[in-house]
Every structure is written in C-alpha cells, then in structure tokens.
Design a protein around this ligand. Structure first.
Ligand code: 1QQ
Length: 374
C-alpha cells in the first residue's frame, strides 16, 4: 500500500495495527492517538445545545487523557444546525481516518448525515438525538441519548398525577424530525392516560410569535399545555403564554432541556416541566466529579447535553479498552457490549437496537433551575 493512502480506520487490517494495542481494560496500552470526530451545532438555531456538548466532550477528553494507556485526539466541528454542512463534516471524518463520529446535534440533521457513516463503516454515537428511528438507519449507528419514547410517557404520567390534568392543549412544530417524533409520543401517552386533547396546534420551528395560537389555546381553558419544540421556539412560546395570562403548567419535550430557557424567559419559565435523561442532583461519584470539574473549567454548571456528551466519551473509552483497539470495527463491537457502565447519566447499557437504556427523571423549573419534580 502506498504511503498516505490509508483509508482510515484500518478496518481492512492494512496500514498496520497502530490503533491496536496490548492489554485490556485498565491495562490497555495503545501507541497511536485515537481520532474521535464530533459534529455539533456551534452556530445556528441549535448552537445553545452544541456549545454545552462541545464543553462536555472536551472536559471528558481531558480527563481520559490523564489516564495511562490510551489517548484521544478529539476534533469538534460545527454542523451549523444545517444538514448539508453536517453531511460535509461526516464526509471529512469518514475520509480522514476518524475512528468514531459523535453527533450531530439534531435528529433532523442526523437522519441526513448518518447514511454517510453507515455507507463508509464509521461508527456513530449520537449524544442528543431522541427521535424514533435514529439507530434504525444502520448497524454502525448508536446513541447514548434516551428517545422521546423512553422519557415522555413517564413525564406525561407524572404531570397528570401531580397536577390532576384532564383537558389539555398540545402544540408542536411540524417541520422538524425530533419535534414531530416527540409529538407522536405525547399524543399516544395522553391517550394512554385518558386525557382529553382539546386542540392540537402546529407551528414552524422558525416561528417566534405564538400569540395567535396561544389565544386559541386559552379559549379551550386547558389544565396544561404540552409542547414539542426546540429552544428557539420554546423561549418566546413560554414567555408569550405567561404574558397572555396562561398560567397553567407547560410541559416540554427534550428541546426544553436547556438553561437558555430560564436565562431568556426568566420568571415565565418557572413551573415548566421537562423529562430528562440526566439528573443534575444525582450524587453518584461520576456525576459529583463531573459537576465540580465542569464548574471549575467553564464557570457555570453543566446541562443535560453536556452530561450526555461527557458520558459518550466514557462509553467510547470503555469500548476501546475492552478490545484494546481503537479501530472503527473494534469500537463498533465494543459499543454493542456496553452493560451497566457507570457514567454521569447513571449506569448505562446499549441494547440490541443500539439505543441507550438508563434511568430518566421528571424535572420542574424552580428558582431558575431544573429540579426533580417531587
Ligand atoms: C433531537 C433533540 C434535540 C432537542 C437535541 C438538541 O432531542 O433533535 O433529537
């Protein structure tokens, strides 16, 4: 093989076993740095999620690189909240020998970019994609984020019980893969609970003025409003609801798991209910260490998206060390074996569908912070 023609990943065994080492687990020693690529939204509408993800990834890489034996070379690229850009980033990673791709930030983007990785046999670990069908795109696609299907049903049940809901309004943006998927789960969960949905109101993810829809919602005198939307819509929607005198609980999907909501909507965000894949109050040792080191490095606390990003690197490290091999093929095999691995999200397993399994939590915004709903 000519020098420099390495197709990356060494999945064919050519180019030598630089990514394969000696030992296993804690004793694994690999000479070469393991190249990990991340495509997250650092600009565009999803940038507030992506910034947290970048922080979580960088902190984790720093921590892992302090351990002996295996070193990660993490490259974080901007998917610009744009599927076309994500495709281009995925193509670059697939071509340059990157061992695994993390991301992209949105499901809507992932559905378009992931086929590149699947085609090129590059493992993908999604860290925030919650739509149904993400991992069904192929056997190289994994995720550590819980699906809306794993989080919304218990969120709906808890809200119904806590607030005695009978009659509600559902609102969602019908031009995004994640918000549509989240809506499907909200609708079926509400039906399961025997709740009357007085009206279902749709909007566009780019909308910022919800006054007309909220006035319609108000006319139905609902006990609560359920919203499947991204943060850019969530902030004005919640703000305008309170301005219009809609004081009932607002229950959001994963798009609401963003401290930007409290920063920008202020008091209007108080009482908003969100199911989450990370319990900020969890005192497991991994989380306690994560909370303090994140705060120290970035000057503010992490959010769910930073935690899922951090956990991804823990998972990847376990997969690499298990076979003591940082190639694409070996990481793929290792990801399939993750069982009860301690992480900042709690013990996590990857199931046969390559989806994550771990505990979820229902939170409410109180004094500007997400707290566990008692
Ligand atoms: C998805 C999501 C978003 C809220 C991630 C930021 O859950 O697109 O699947």
């Amino acid at each position: 093989t000519a020098c420099g023609s390495d197709d990356g990943g060494d999945t064919d065994g050519e180019g030598g076993g630089a990514l394969a080492g000696e030992g296993s687990g804690d004793t694994c020693v690999i000479e070469a740095e393991i190249p990990i690529g991340a495509a997250v939204s650092l600009t565009g509408a999803a940038a507030s999620y992506g910034e947290s993800q970048k922080n979580g990834l960088e902190l984790a890489a720093e921590h892992l690189n302090e351990k002996d034996g295996v070193t990660y070379a993490l490259t974080v690229e901007d998917d610009q909240t744009d599927p076309k850009q994500a495709i281009s980033v995925f193509e670059t990673f697939a071509g340059d020998g990157t061992s695994l791709i993390i991301g992209p930030t949105l499901s809507n983007t992932a559905f378009q970019a992931q086929p590149i990785a699947q085609e090129e046999s590059v493992p993908v670990l999604a860290i925030s994609n919650t739509a149904a069908g993400i991992t069904a795109q192929g056997d190289w696609i994994f995720r550590d984020s819980l699906t809306e299907g794993q989080v919304i049903p218990q969120t709906v049940a808890k809200a119904v019980e806590t607030y005695g809901l009978e009659n509600v309004i559902v609102m969602y943006s019908n031009d995004d893969a994640f918000t549509e998927s989240g809506y499907d789960v909200m609708a079926s969960s509400l039906e399961e609970e025997g709740i009357t949905v007085a009206d279902t109101l749709t909007f566009s993810k780019a909308d910022t003025d919800f006054r007309a829809l909220l006035t319609e919602a108000k006319a139905a005198n609902p006990d609560a409003i359920f919203v499947s939307g991204l943060i850019e819509a969530a902030i004005p929607l919640v703000t305008q609801a309170r301005e219009l005198g809609l004081d009932m609980p607002i229950i959001g999907g994963n798009g609401f798991n963003n401290p930007q909501l409290m920063a920008d909507a202020g008091d209007a965000a108080e009482g908003v209910v969100v199911g989450a894949a990370w319990n900020s109050a969890s005192d497991n040792p991994e989380n306690a260490d994560f909370l303090s080191s994140y705060e120290e490095k970035f000057g503010s606390g992490p959010d769910q998206f930073a935690a899922q990003a951090y956990a991804a690197m823990t998972i990847i490290d376990h997969a690499v060390r298990e076979g003591c091999d940082g190639s694409r093929e070996a990481i793929k095999a290792g990801l399939g074996n993750i069982t009860d691995l301690p992480t900042v999200l709690g013990p996590i397993s990857i199931n046969a569908d390559r989806d994550a399994e771990h505990d979820a939590v229902v939170q409410v915004v109180k004094d500007g912070k997400f707290t566990v709903l008692p």
